[in-house]
Design a protein around this ligand. Structure first.
Ligand code: ADP
Ligand code: ASP
Ligand code: MG
Length: 836
C-alpha cells in the first residue's frame, strides 16, 4: 500500500465476544477485516464468556477452590489453543502463539500456589487477570490476519490507552490517549499494517493494565476512532443493529436505521447493553455503526450527528434493573434551600450513582433512583446528612423502595411533542403497572420512570407497542419474524420432532436453531438444515453425544441455555423433551426470553413450590407456556379443558386411562395372554420404558394426573397422589434381569384378577381419577356402561365431568402414545406460539 493511502483516515473495526465465539465466528470476523478498506485498525474483546469465566476463577481462587481454578484455566486454554491453531499459519509463528497461550494459562494456574492471604486478588491484580482474555484474543486475531495474507501487528493496549488508573472501571485520559495512540498506531498504518488492539484495557500511570468496566471494548474502539480521526467505527455484534429495545425483553424490537449520538449516548447510559455506557463520551466526528458480524452486507445502525426518523418522537427504550428509590420527605422542607444539593452530596459521598431524580413541585419530597445493592449505604448516609432536620421535624425521614427498575424512553423528537409521559401512563395503566416515580431528563430527549422490577419486562413491551416502535425504519425486523426453536433433549421424541420442525420450516416460520443434550449443545443461528439434523441423529443412534458433533460446544443444560440466550434469537421457544428435573433450567430460559413447550412431565408435576416457580417466572416475564403433550400425547386434553373453562363451564372431575403402555398390557391380558407374555410383548414393541416397572408402578400416570389436578385447583404435593402400583413390593428393588426372571410368578395373581372381574361382568382398567380435592390412580374394574370399557390397545381416553356435562361426560379418545403422535402434539404447541 502506498504511503498516500495510509495517510487516509483509518476505519476501526471492533469485534465483541459473540463475534469471537468459536472458530467459525472468528473466521467470519477475519474475513470482514480481510475485505475491509484499508487503512484499518482492529479492536477485539475476549472470546464470548471469557471475562465471566475469569471472574469466576478469581472467586474460586479466593475460596481456595483450586480444582475449579484449574478446570476453568484448562477449559479456557483449550478454547484459545484451538482458536490459535485454527487461524495461525503452521510453522514457527503458530508455535509461538500456542506457547504464548500456554504460558498465559500457566501464569494463571500458578496463582493457586500463592499462600492464602494473597489469593484475594487486589483490584489491580484482578484487572491484570481479566486483561489476559482480551490480550490473547488480539494476538490470535493478528496471527489470523497474517494467516490470510493481511499484514498485521498485535499492539499492547497499555501503550495506547491512557487512563486515570481506577482499577475495575478506569476512565480514559483523552489527551494522553490521543498522543499515544497516534504515536503508536500511525507508523504501523503507514507501513500498511492492520494494528490489532485488545479492547477493554488501558494503562495506569505506572503502565500497568487496568480495565475500563464491563463491555469496555466498545469504548476502546470509539477512543481510537477519536484519536485517529477515523472515517468510521464499526462495532460488529451478534444483533442486527442498535434495536428499539433489548430483544431479549421485547421480541418485537426493530433495527433503528439511524440514531443521533445524543440519543445513543442516553440509551447506553440508561442500560442498553449493546453499547458501553460511556462509549460515546470520547466525542470525535466519525460515524459509528453497530452491525451484525454474521450478516456483513446489512447496514445495521448508524450513530451520527444527523437527526432522522422525525415521525418517531421516541426511538427506543432501555432499562436498568436492580434499582431502589430513596425519598426524602417533609413538610418543613418547603423553602429550605439546598435540600436537593445535600441529598446528592450525601449520595455522592458513598459513590452512589443516581439514575434519576424527581422533585415534587410542592417541594415536599425529593427522590432519587439508585442501585438496589447500595440502598442501605444510601439510607445511612442520608439519615446522617439530615440528622438535625429530622430532629427538628423539618424532614420526616428517608424512605426506601426496593426491587425496582428504571425504564428510559429516548428520542430527540420528544422535546417538541407534548404528552409523551401521558402515553407512557396510558400504556401501563390497563396492566395495573404502577409508575413509582417519573423524571424528565434535563436533556429533554429522555423520560425515565421507575416501576416494580418484576413488571419491567411487560412495561417495556407495552411502551414499545404504544409508540409503535416495531414499525420504525419500515419495520425491518430485528431478526426476520421467525420462531426459533431450541430442543432440550434429543431422545427419540426429540429426534422425530427435529425432523418435523425442519420439514415444516418451509410452510411455517419455524427454524430449529439449537439442540441441547446432556453433553452440550449445537447452535446454528440461521437454522439447522435437514442434513445437520440427519448428522446429529446418526451420532445419537451410534450412542455418540452432541458435544462431539461439528461446531458443538460441551456444556451442561444451564450453561447451554445461557449461551443460546446470548444470541438475539427471534421469538425463541425452548422445547423440553427430556425426562429430567429441568425446572431451574426452564426458569432461566424464561428469564432469558424463551417461551416454553413441555413434553416432559416432571417440571409441572414436581413439588408445588417448584412447579409454581416455573409458572410464575413465565407470568412475570410475559412469556408463554404450553404443555399439551404431557398428558395424552397428541390428544387435545388440555386444549379441551381450556375451551370448556373459557366458555364458562366448570370442570368437576377428570377421569382417564392415561397410559398407552398399561392400556396395551391390560387389553392383552383380557384377550387371554398371560401377564408375563403380555409384558414381554410390550417390551419388544418398544411400548415400555427400559425398565417396565417405571410404567407398572403408575408413577408416570400419577404425574399426568397431578398435572390435570393442578388445573382443577388441586393444592397437594406429589406424595398426596394415591398411586396403586402393579409391582408387588417384594419385586420393586430387584435388578431388572432378576425381576424379569421372576415375571411368571405374577401370572396366577393376574389370572385370578381377570377371572374375578369377568364373573362380575367387568373389565380391568388402570384409571386416574382427578378432582380438585383428591387424585388417585390405580387398577380398577369398570362396568360395561363405563366409557373406559370399550378402550383397546394403546389408546388413551379422558372423560370430563363438568357442570354442563354432568351426567354424560365429555370424552376424548385416541392414540395416547407413540413417537409420531407425541411429536405432532408438541409441534402443535410450538406452532400455536409461533402464530400468536
Ligand atoms: P459485544 O459482543 O460487542 O460485547 P454485547 O453482547 O455487549 O456485544 O451487546 C449485544 C447484546 O446487547 C445483544 O445480544 C442484545 O442481547 C443486547 N441488547 C440489549 N439492548 C439492546 C438494543 N437496544 N439493541 C441491540 N442489542 C441490545
Ligand atoms: N470482555 C469484556 C467484558 O466481557 C469487555 C467487552 O466485552 O467489551 O466485559
Ligand atoms: Mg459488550
Amino acid at each position: 500500500m502506498s504511503r498516500r493511502a495510509a495517510a487516509r483516515p483509518p476505519s476501526i473495526h471492533k469485534f465483541g465476544g459473540a463475534s469471537l465465539r468459536d472458530a467459525r465466528a472468528l473466521g467470519a470476523a477475519l474475513e470482514i477485516v480481510q475485505k475491509a478498506e484499508r487503512p484499518a485498525v482492529v479492536v477485539v474483546s475476549a472470546f464470548a464468556g471469557v471475562t465471566d469465566a475469569l471472574l469466576g476463577l478469581a472467586g474460586d481462587l479466593a475460596r481456595g477452590n483450586d480444582a475449579a481454578v484449574r478446570k476453568t484455566a484448562a477449559e479456557l486454554r483449550g478454547r484459545y489453543e484451538a482458536a490459535a491453531r485454527s487461524v495461525a499459519r503452521p510453522g514457527e509463528e503458530r508455535q509461538r502463539l500456542v506457547s504464548r497461550v500456554r504460558s498465559t494459562f500457566a501464569e494463571i494456574e500458578a496463582l493457586t500456589a500463592a499462600p492464602g492471604i494473597l489469593r484475594e486478588l487486589s483490584p489491580r491484580s484482578l484487572d491484570h487477570l481479566l486483561g489476559l482474555g482480551e490480550d490473547l484474543s488480539a494476538r490470535i486475531f493478528a496471527a489470523g490476519l497474517a494467516g490470510r495474507g493481511v499484514p498485521s501487528e498485535y499492539v499492547n493496549a497499555a501503550e495506547v490507552v491512557a487512563t486515570d488508573g481506577r482499577a475495575g472501571g478506569a476512565s480514559p485520559d483523552l489527551a494522553a490517549t490521543d498522543r499515544r495512540a497516534r504515536a503508536k498506531l500511525r507508523p504501523l498504518l503507514a507501513k500498511g499494517k492492520v494494528p490489532v488492539v485488545p479492547g477493554f484495557l488501558g494503562a495506569d500511570a505506572e503502565g500497568r493494565i487496568v480495565t475500563l468496566g464491563r463491555g469496555g471494548s466498545d469504548l476502546t474502539a470509539t477512543l481510537l476512532g477519536r484519536s485517529l480521526a477515523a472515517s468510521s467505527v464499526t462495532l460488529w455484534k451478534d444483533v442486527r443493529g442498535f434495536l428499539t429495545a433489548d430483544p431479549r425483553v421485547v421480541p418485537d424490537a426493530r433495527v433503528i436505521p439511524q440514531l443521533n449520538v445524543r440519543e445513543a449516548a442516553e440509551l447506553a447510559y440508561y442500560g442498553a447493553k449493546v453499547l458501553h455506557p460511556r462509549a460515546l463520551t470520547p466525542g470525535g466526528r466519525c460515524r459509528i455503526f453497530v452491525r451484525p458480524f454474521d450478516r456483513p452486507d446489512e447496514p445495521g445502525t448508524e450513530i451520527s450527528g444527523r437527526h432522522t426518523l422525525d415521525r418517531y418522537p421516541v426511538k427506543a427504550l432501555s432499562a436498568i434493573p436492580g434499582q431502589a428509590l430513596v425519598t426524602v420527605t417533609g413538610n418543613g422542607m418547603l423553602g429550605v434551600p439546598g435540600i436537593a444539593a445535600r441529598t446528592f452530596s450525601a449520595l455522592h459521598r458513598e459513590a452512589i450513582s443516581v439514575s434519576l431524580i424527581s422533585q415534587a413541585s410542592s417541594e415536599h419530597s425529593i427522590c432519587a433512583g439508585i442501585p438496589d445493592v447500595q440502598a442501605d449505604a444510601a439510607r445511612r448516609s442520608l439519615l446522617d446528612a439530615f440528622r438535625e432536620e429530622i430532629a427538628r421535624r423539618e424532614v420526616d425521614g428517608v424512605e426506601m423502595l426496593r426491587d425496582l427498575a428504571t425504564i428510559s424512553v429516548v428520542g430527540l423528537g420528544m422535546a417538541g411533542t407534548p404528552g409523551i409521559a401521558a402515553r407512557v401512563f396510558t400504556a401501563l395503566a390497563p396492566a395495573g403497572i404502577n409508575v413509582v416515580a417519573i423524571a424528565q431528563g434535563s436533556s429533554e430527549l429522555n423520560i425515565s420512570f421507575v416501576v416494580e422490577g418484576a413488571r419491567a419486562g411487560e412495561a417495556q413491551r407495552r411502551i414499545h407497542d404504544a409508540f409503535q416502535l416495531s414499525k420504525i425504519g419500515g419495520g425491518r425486523a430485528a431478526a426476520p419474524a421467525h420462531t426459533d426453536v431450541v430442543l432440550l433433549g434429543f431422545g427419540s421424541v426429540g429426534r422425530t420432532l427435529a425432523g418435523l420442525v425442519v420439514e415444516s420450516a418451509r410452510r411455517s416460520r419455524l427454524r430449529l436453531v439449537g439442540v441441547i443434550d446432556r453433553s452440550g449443545y449445537v447452535l446454528r443461528p440461521n437454522g439447522l438444515s435437514a442434513g445437520d439434523v440427519r448428522e446429529l441423529v446418526s451420532r445419537k443412534t451410534r450412542s455418540r453425544s452432541i458435544a462431539g458433533a461439528r461446531g458443538a460446544v460441551a456444556a451442561n443444560a444451564d450453561d447451554a441455555v445461557a449461551a443460546l440466550a446470548e444470541h438475539a434469537l427471534s421469538r425463541p421457544v425452548l422445547v423440553d423433551v427430556t425426562a429430567g428435573d429441568t425446572g431451574p433450567v426452564l426458569e432461566s430460559a424464561v428469564a432469558a426470553g424463551f417461551d416454553l413447550v413441555l413434553a416432559n412431565k416432571r417440571p409441572l408435576s414436581a413439588r408445588r413450590k417448584d412447579a409454581q416457580a416455573i409458572e410464575r417466572a413465565v407470568e412475570k416475564s410475559g412469556r408463554r407456556l404450553r404443555y399439551e403433550a404431557t398428558v395424552g400425547a397428541g390428544l387435545p386434553v388440555l386444549d379441551t379443558y381450556r375451551k370448556l373453562v373459557e366458555s364458562g363451564d366448570r370442570v368437576l372431575k377428570i377421569e382417564g386411562c392415561l397410559s398407552g403402555t398399561l392400556g396395551f398390557l391390560l387389553s392383552e391380558v383380557e384377550a387371554g395372554r398371560s401377564f408375563s407374555r403380555a409384558l414381554r410383548r410390550a417390551m419388544e414393541l418398544g411400548y415400555t420404558e427400559p425398565d417396565p416397572r417405571d410404567d407398572l408402578s403408575g408413577a408416570d400416570v400419577g404425574r399426568k394426573a397431578l398435572i390435570l389436578g393442578r388445573l382443577l385447583g388441586f393444592r397437594g404435593e406429589p406424595k398426596d397422589v394415591a398411586v396403586g402400583s402393579l409391582v408387588p413390593a417384594g419385586l420393586r428393588r430387584l435388578p431388572l434381569a432378576r425381576f424379569l426372571d421372576r415375571l411368571e410368578e405374577l401370572d396366577p395373581v393376574w389370572s385370578a384378577r381377570l377371572a374375578g372381574a369377568r364373573a362380575r361382568k367387568r373389565s380391568l382398567r388402570y384409571v386416574a381419577t382427578v378432582t380438585p380435592r383428591k387424585i388417585s390412580v390405580g387398577l380398577t374394574e369398570v362396568g360395561p356402561d363405563s366409557p373406559f370399557a370399550g378402550l383397546r390397545g394403546t389408546d388413551n381416553q379422558v372423560a370430563f365431568t363438568t357442570v354442563r356435562y354432568r351426567t354424560n361426560p365429555l370424552v376424548i379418545q385416541g392414540p395416547g402414545a407413540g413417537l409420531a403422535v407425541t411429536s405432532a402434539g408438541i409441534l402443535n404447541d410450538v406452532l400455536e406460539l409461533a402464530g400468536g
